[in-house]
Design a protein around this ligand. Structure first.
Ligand SMILES: [Mg+2]
Length: 323
């Protein structure tokens, strides 16, 4: 059986050019660039709670970092360093090494794409759990916050919502997707794309931002609460896949779209005067950015259907039980 040191040595020690000192001492040393402050966030994925215990380890490696990159994106921060802690079950013969190799591949593949250095972590035996802490940089005082939304702001989302939740519903046999729809939805669930560059480009444009991890209603709700404002959104404006369009307006599909979670798209608010700039940014970044509603004075979130009628939903957020 691999010892903790073997695991770190063999699978998780890579060059870390962006750190003063990386893996191998009692602590890593990192230094933000001049004029920058550090953005720090952590996320834990537990088998049976956030993913299936037999999930593809490569995809798990990708996703465990992607969900953290998404939090950096939501702050407009550039991710720089990561810390990874793993609890691994007692291995059956040889499965440990294969699992670790694939997991490390998925993790470092995404880390390298974003020039994120793994600078430390911990491993222990226990029920499978993955905890990643991410540290990024953002110009001092410029980070995007949840608390900046103002009445009159447009509400925007990036990409398409609901596919990850649709995939999960399909896997759980609560919904049947067509063969041609399954791959796209499964990749939204297992290998999400964090909007890292988009987040940084929103600095100076957006008044507020959040990443959609728990579902649009819950996460937009956080913006409204932090900003002490209200909002109206129209579901017919929410960008979604052909698979989702086919499943709507069934209640379960609507729930996936609005409250499914695991989207890792950005929801952000921008003064109306900057509409053109956001449209340009969408073209430049080649990411669909769509306007789904408006911030108002007051409190609460009103959801309208295509005909302008208020929709009442039973689910307002995700309960974090993803299996
Ligand atoms: Mg978040």
């Amino acid at each position: 059986m691999l010892s903790e040191f073997d695991i770190i040595d063999r699978y998780f020690t890579r060059p870390s050019p962006g750190a003063v000192l990386g893996v191998g001492d009692d602590a890593a040393l990192i230094k933000p660039a001049r004029g920058m402050e550090l953005a720090v966030s952590t996320d834990m994925l537990v088998a049976g709670q956030h993913f299936f215990a037999d999930a593809d380890p490569r995809k798990l490696g990708h996703k465990s970092l992607a969900v953290n990159l998404s939090d950096m994106a939501a702050m407009g921060a550039r991710p720089r360093w990561a810390i990874l802690s793993l609890a691994l079950p007692e291995p059956t013969v040889r499965t440990d090494e294969k699992w670790l190799e694939a997991f490390a591949d998925g993790f470092f593949g995404l880390a390298q794409a974003h020039q994120v250095d793994l600078v430390g972590g911990d491993t222990t035996r226990g029920p499978l759990a993955i905890s990643v802490t991410i540290i990024g940089e953002v110009a001092t005082g410029k980070a995007l916050r949840r608390s900046g939304a103002r009445p009159g702001d447009d509400i925007w989302i990036s990409g398409q919502l609901g596919d990850a939740a649709l995939a999960l519903a399909h896997v759980q046999r609560r919904m049947v997707l067509e063969p041609g729809e399954i791959t796209g939805c499964l990749s939204a669930l297992h290998t999400p794309t964090a909007r890292v560059e988009l987040g940084q480009r929103l600095i100076g444009l957006a008044d507020s931002a959040i990443d959609i991890s728990d579902g649009l209603l819950a996460d937009l709700g956080h913006i409204l609460k932090s900003s002490k404002v209200a909002a109206v959104i129209n579901i017919s404006e929410i960008n979604c896949s052909a698979a989702m369009k086919r499943c709507l307006p069934r209640a379960l599909a609507l729930e996936c779209l609005l409250a499914g979670g695991d989207d890792y798209e950005l929801c952000f608010t921008v003064p109306r005067s900057r509409r053109k700039k956001i449209e340009m940014l969408s073209l430049e970044q080649r990411i669909p950015l769509t306007r789904i509603g408006e911030i108002d004075e007051g409190e609460g979130l009103v959801v309208l259907d295509a005909a302008g009628n208020t929709i009442t939903l039973e689910t307002k957020g995700y309960d974090h039980f993803h299996v």
